[in-house]
Design a protein around this ligand. Sequence first.
Ligand code: 3PG
Length: 183
Amino acid sequence: MMTAHDIFARATIIPVMTVTDIDSAVSLGRVLYKQGYEVLEVTLRTSAAVHAIEELRRQLPNALIGAGTVLNKKDLQLVTTVGAQFAISPGATPDLLKAGREADIPLIPGVATVSEVMQGIEYGYNEFKLFPAAAIGGVKLLKSIDAPLAGVKFCPTGGINESNYKDYLALPNVSCVGGSWII
Ligand code: 3PG
């Protein structure tokens, strides 16, 4: 089974796609993939999202298609069923963390505090989405937590843009960044 580590290793920038219909989702996915973005996240924020994940999997078999805004065990089960290859959540609950460990696809839980990372580590996680990255301290925060949380890797998302993404990617505890700006 693929791990969160594998996902992080393949991604530098993860475009966060919020899609309203299947055709435009697939066209967008194709353009992004052609531009070199192999790891794509489709947020579960629209009614088209689940079907779009299914269709993107079919039409872009070499990409890695993940589901974002996965809020609970039910979401995780649903996106697994339709073929998502990984799941990302904006935060984490004990139920979701537990479900993620038992799931057939890797879950990348969202964290905003050191305690949340520590809780995630207790459940066996080492890769996290830092969200909403810019609003909670951004690069400064990541620099501050690198030493106490040695070995933990982050995908900062939320407020990342053209002018700051390189600052994030230069940090030792950042494997990749996510965001909608790239769209
Ligand atoms: C997400 O779901 O990860 C965020 O909405 C993306 O944040 P951004 O729009 O600030 O990039």
